[in-house]
Design a protein around this ligand. Sequence first.
Ligand code: F6P
Length: 356
Amino acid sequence: MDFKKIGVLTSGGDAPGMNAVIRAVVRAASKAGVKTVGFMEGYQGLMDGNYVDLTTGDVSNVISKGGTMLYSARATDFKTPEGMEKALKTIKDNDIDGIIAIGGDGTFRGATDLSAHGVHTIGLTGTIDNDITATDYAVGFDTAMNAVLDCIDRLRDTCESHARCIVVEVMGRDAGYIALQTGIATGAIGIVINEVPFDEEAMMQRIIRSIGHGRRSFVVVVSEGVKDELGKPYGERLTLRIEERTGVETRFNRLAHIIRGGSPTLRDRLSASMMGEAAVKLLLDGKSDLVVCERDSSIVTYDIKFALTLDKMYKNKLKPGDLSGFSSAEIREMEKLSEMRRQEFRDMYNAAITLM
Ligand code: F6P
């Protein structure tokens, strides 16, 4: 197929490094003599025909900018047949030969639907949550974690002055990647994530013992997806229990969206650039319905349906029939990857406990 014009969009929660992906897409396409248009606000722009032409000049200096210059939205209408019809019309009327969609699992569901309607589509992982099981790394993760580090280091200073404990809730949706890794990197005394059972009493004992050794400040990192028996965010009531149980004055801090902004780190700029370039190559090679991932520092691709079903398997959300259509080798591969991710969590969590 002779590609003349491709589209790029960012969808779902924004992530630092999305601009670096857009830049890489525009530059790689331009080198191949292909024009790029950018759809505004993700699939909403695709449905509304709301797009801008993107030249290499338009993407100069965006590599260091957070957010997404194409804006983002969670366009629920796109899931309807009418929404899809509108998107297909935009693609046809504007001679768009393929789409690169940057985001998380919701974005990939949209991409695979487009692909099923004959549109060449490549997905690219961009989410601070890093919760795409098929990839080791999603663009935005490192910057978000560094923002958490900066905040917790500051919180640690004031806790040290006042002999306090701070319970910090971090984003990640249901995934504990951000909480676990930042917990280790800030010397937290407790890390609460959904992936590994939390022994609250053991943490209380660690705090009590540490007070005995003269320690004045404590950090506990909780992933936002962890809920208590009442379905309420775990961190808020844990804060009260820590104070009651240990006598240490304890405060709660929800970092929320503050960690989703800011200039992308080197890691994110690099991954964004490599993945963006790879996505264009795949599209121009006539590939479709693939998601660009990182495995052991190399770029790899998976069929989008494979990646989405793998996610469900890993999250124990498989429904009857979800695995039909996959070969037994593919199912084995999904089981292997799911177990590998679970093991990664257990290993890292065990190391974290040893170091607390
Ligand atoms: O997926 C990214 C993320 O920031 C999650 O960590 C968080 O749970 C969610 O998006 C917040 O969504 P919104 O920006 O719509 O409030």
